[in-house]
Design a protein around this ligand. Structure first.
Ligand SMILES: Nc1ncnc2c1ncn2[C@@H]1O[C@H](COP(=O)(O)OP(=O)(O)OP(=O)(O)O)[C@@H](O)[C@H]1O
Ligand SMILES: [Mg+2]
Length: 331
């Protein structure tokens, strides 16, 4: 369905010099810096899959999506979606895809939502019957009826996002690209948007590519994630695997009465020999360990035998932490 091969995108940015003289110098200068926003990425996505495309700010997620939708042309490599190259067939390709950029609405600001939809119906040449059916479905799953007749500029963020989703789906595309579809939404609306996305995928078998900074989106929607960092692919696989592989990391934090002098503690080096990472700051001791190799009681026994502990807590590593560490190249 979607094949991405050795995809690369470089941006050339003209060097800017400060001040008025600098502005003139910049204008005539041919010096530029090159950013590799996407660097040699390959993957395939099958029909009906929901894939989470994640990475830190500036990792290259939106740039990848823009190449998959045909907005940008790659510097190197290829994308094919439904057997077509999106940036070569933008018009035809548009009929097969739906796009939502959570940061930027694609709705007409001054028109009521309902009119935006009829305009899109004409643009995509959706037959009357199909349009009616799709509108009924969308207004139900996205609960659009309360604000259908309001101009888009008067909508709340959550209403606007639901409107944007509906607009991207009027022509019932085979693929939808959702770039941060839950950004800025409250917990309840987020949940509704997720449910709607899931429903659309179930009912139509729509292929969905989703970028997000909210890992709850991923946990609820997709079993497969692709992680990118500084343009490069770090991981492509299922979420469960990440949890199994890296979720065995746990952490204990202890507060002691006295300031800790780590280098004088033989217990610390003992724990390190057992595979723990031990750090201390004033009267706070932090121990990272592998749950499969060591139990928390064992560690606590060791520590409490040597130090006067006043408080402690055991932290399970969340999927969020794991991904953060993957970003930072710690795993
Ligand atoms: N039009 C452009 N011109 C120059 N540089 C760009 C352009 N678009 C993106 N970049 C750069 O490419 C890199 C990747 O940007 P991109 O928007 O793809 O990141 P992202 O993963 O979507 O980040 P975020 O999570 O913040 O949305 C960044 O360093 C960005 O500054
Ligand atoms: Mg982005």
């Amino acid at each position: 369905m979607i094949t991405v091969e050795n995809l690369t995108k470089e941006f050339k940015i003209n060097k800017k010099y400060p001040g008025f003289k600098g502005a003139i110098k910049s204008f005539f200068s041919r010096e530029y810096t090159v950013t590799k926003a996407v660097d040699d990425i390959s993957f395939t996505i099958n029909k009906g899959e929901i894939v989470g495309y994640i990475g830190a700010n500036g990792a290259g997620k939106s740039t990848t999506i823009k190449m998959m939708t045909g907005i940008l042309t790659p510097t190197a490599g290829t994308v094919t979606v439904n057997g077509r190259v999106p940036y070569e067939n933008r018009q035809i390709n548009a009929r097969d895809i739906g796009v939502v950029f959570g940061q930027k609405t694609q709705l007409w600001w001054d028109l009521p939502l309902s009119e935006t939809f009829t305009l899109l119906k004409d643009i995509y040449e959706v037959p009357d019957e199909e349009y009616k059916k799709q509108m009924t479905f969308l207004s139900e799953v996205l609960e659009l009826n309360d604000f259908m007749l309001q101009p888009v500029r008067t909508l709340s963020l959550g209403q606007r996002m639901r409107g944007d989703l509906a607009a991207a789906l009027i022509h019932n595309p085979k693929v939808i690209y959702l770039d941060e579809p839950t950004i800025g939404l409250d917990v309840v609306v987020k949940e509704n948007v997720r449910k709607a996305i899931k429903k659309i995928n179930e009912v139509y078998g729509t292929t969905i590519i989703l970028t997000t900074h909210d890992l709850m989106d991923i946990e609820e929607l997709s079993s497969r994630i692709i992680i990118i960092d500084r343009g490069r692919m770090l991981y492509d696989g299922n979420l469960e695997h990440i949890k199994e592989t890296f979720g065995s990391q746990a952490e204990i934090e202890l507060i002691t009465k006295e300031v800790i002098q780590l280098e004088k503690l033989s217990m610390a080096s003992q724990l390190e020999r057992k595979g723990c990472a031990v750090t201390a700051e004033e009267n706070r001791l932090n121990i990272k360990y592998n749950k499969n190799q060591l139990s928390s009681t064992e560690i606590l026994k060791d520590v409490m035998g040597t130090l006067d502990v006043t408080d402690f807590k055991i932290k399970e590593v969340s999927i969020e932490d794991i991904v953060k560490r993957i970003y930072r190249n710690e795993v």
